[in-house]
Design a binder for this molecule. Structure first.
Ligand SMILES: [Zn+2]
Length: 277
């Protein structure tokens, strides 16, 4: 079982891996560069190699998460070009760090034709993947559905992946808070979600899970993460989800509040207890 949290790269990629290990994690996520910018980062190759080596020795798995402004659907061609270059940079960093892939949110559109949005998104993914030959994959994450109807169903994930020219370079990341907020997973319908996912071939490409509770009730379309013991998803619902065979061995990564009163270290320990590992 892989469980961990998002960690800072403030002191380098190698240090991020060591931090994860020190808090009892065997999985972690990091921002490959400044999370508020899609400028290219000339990254420290030594630190990245150190991260890869440490993870191999200690059997840690990691994923990178793209900076917030990385939108798969952009307002104009200039921004779109920047996003493509930035995503390639993120993939290079992830590869150097020995990570599984780079998580990116499904595209969103506030207005206009959704079909146009899917086409744009597929075209951006093609531009990136056609230039990418590493092992790190692009991992598409489901949306919470705040101000958008895009990227909230498993069908969309599976279809977009299939319609790219390089489906083998694309996987998925399932965010539990987003699934709850968007109306996909009510906490009580996991068997239906799982059945749908199996039917669509979603789970065989699921590479990471963002394990977050929700500060808002089911279906409110609000992307506000809560600690597992605090939000609207209850312990019974977590037990049902965490013990389901479809997600066995998929890395579980917390993106929950991490403060002095309740740290990721405590939360990882709690999940291990829930899982009896
Ligand atoms: Zn997430």
């Amino acid at each position: 079982m892989y469980i961990g949290s998002h960690v800072s790269i403030r002191n380098g990629y190698d240090q991020a891996a060591k931090t994860a290990h020190s808090i009892g994690a065997n999985a972690f996520q990091y921002f490959p560069k400044n999370p508020r910018s899609i400028s290219i980062k000339d990254f420290d190759k030594g630190s990245a190699a150190g991260c890869a080596k440490f993870c191999k020795e200690k059997r840690l798995v990691s994923v990178a998460h793209t900076p917030y402004p990385t939108k798969l659907i952009s307002e104009n061609a200039d921004v779109e070009k920047k996003v493509v270059v930035s995503l390639l940079n993120d993939l290079e960093i992830a590869e150097a760090c020995g990570s599984i892939g780079v998580v990116v949110h499904f595209g969103t559109m506030k207005k206009g034709d959704l079909l146009e949005g899917y086409k744009k998104m597929i075209s951006v993914l093609n531009s990136v993947l056609h230039k990418w030959n590493g092992n790190a994959q692009i991992l598409i994450e489901n949306n919470a559905g705040a101000q958008t109807n895009m990227g909230i169903t498993l069908e969309e994930m599976v279809q977009v992946r299939k319609l790219t020219h390089f489906p083998e370079k694309v996987g998925f990341c399932f965010d539990t808070c987003h699934a709850y907020a968007s109306g996909l997973w009510s906490g009580d319908n996991w068997s239906e979600v799982a059945e749908k996912g199996l039917e669509l071939g979603y789970f065989q490409h699921l590479k990471a899970i963002h394990l977050n509770n929700s500060k808002y009730p089911f279906g409110k379309r609000k992307d506000r993460h809560a600690n597992l013991k605090d939000g609207y998803i209850n312990k019974g619902q977590w037990d049902n989800f965490l013990h389901s065979p479809e997600i066995k061995n998929i890395p579980l990564i917390l993106e929950t509040p991490d403060d002095q009163a309740y740290s990721h270290k405590d939360e990882i320990q709690m999940v291990k207890q829930w899982l009896n590992v």
